[in-house]
Write a protein that binds this ligand. Sequence first.
Ligand code: SAH
Length: 486
Amino acid sequence: MSTDTRPPKIKRGASVELTLEKFADRGKSLARVDGYVVFVPRGVPGDRVRVGIRKRKRSYAEGVIEEVLTPSPLRTDPRCTYFGTCGGCKWQHVQYDAQLEAKRQSVAEAFAHAGGFEASTSGAVGINVLPTIGMETADGAAPFFYRNKMEFSFSARRWLTDWEIATGEQFDTSFALGLHAPGRFDAVLDLDACYLQSEWSSRLVNATRAFAKEHGWKPWAIRDHEGFLRHLVVRTPGNTDERMVVLTTNGHDAERMEAFAGMLRADFPETTTFVNAVNTGKAQVAFGEVYHTIFGPGVVHDTIGGYRFEIAPNAFFQTNTRQAERLYAVAADFADLTPDDLVYDLYSGAGTISIYLAEKVKHVVGVELIEAAVENAKANAKANEVKNVTFAQGDMRDLFAPAFIEAHGRPDVLIVDPPRAGLHPKVVEQLGKLRPERFVYVSCNPQSQARDLALLKDIYRVEQVQPVDLFPHTHHVEAVAKLQLR
Ligand code: SAH
């Protein structure tokens, strides 16, 4: 009989049987063997799996599923055949309710680990993290087709899925239009369907690929920095029937663009505007140095809360219109707005939150770094006849200082919605000095949100946190924190 009670030896290359405990970093699952942590992608908590260990570190290991021995009851069949290879939807195999609960847990854990807070999903102790506000679907099915913007990439290096390889067929791997394989900046999956945007956009992807091949237009080769076609960006606003197609190319070729416009007019007459973005740089971005409007107004419109917003090809706009509206409603609710309030909307983008709130308060001041976004915000306010808003352009780090407060007045309410990195320490410092009565922190990264709020612990108490799901089938979550001045 063995008396060996040491933890099982988890070595690189070994196969081990594990029960997955919960979701962890970047949508992976986690198992523990006598306290030693193993991260496993594509698993679901509750799964009994055989895992091949691929990486072994002092404090954790990483493995891949070789076989699901007993599937978790939280599993569901992924809808998409590219699931598992495509970087787009890592949680398509998880039931939607379980996705929402996992997001709630991940927010609570971010507050506990990155913020050192006591946080719970029961409300019993510490910060109350509310149930995630999910997308509603008519029949309770998982929500698909929710994105109003998709950015597809062209590549001279096609990445094949396991099942494509298994067919034994010879594929032409010199042309792809689709989405990147995870961690492969240079290789792209050639998608013939994607359930994130619309059937229309899938059809457009396929027609664009066929058109480009037929005309001999070369896709971008990222290592050699050559080729013509770089990105296909499709915008399908949530609340209007307008549709924008943007083709990002290496150089402007008027004749080619006219030919492509002809295809759109004939086969995709719903397209309201077609824009050619020119990117001759090395950076693999869909943004252009120059934009040529080939037909239509060069912009599309969407609405949030009854307000109409103009969206330029390069403008930031929340990609899930319906859920953005719910996100803003939570922010407004947490701010307890009154008609006399002066509100600061910091990191205001195209002014959507400012305009959405304006009718409930006396005045809103928006601050945004990108000049074009500030111009959009001003134009949006004007077009919606919202007069009690002011937009200032600048880096929050420098702008958010006593002189700015003096010029615009002491805010009663502060709403911040920073990028993933969160607030700059100088912004946190200034916030601690300013101490507005009400403070709402909207974040797309609960880790940096919790870190920032930990620095303000002595000044603000985190009353509650509301996760909102804008990105079904991914591990991403938006979290709105309501702060109370101590
Ligand atoms: N609230 C808006 C936009 C949020 S995205 C909406 O819901 O649509 C975050 C915004 O912060 C972006 O528009 C980005 O340009 C801006 N931003 C990033 N760094 C900034 C900085 N240092 N100072 C001011 N704005 C910044």
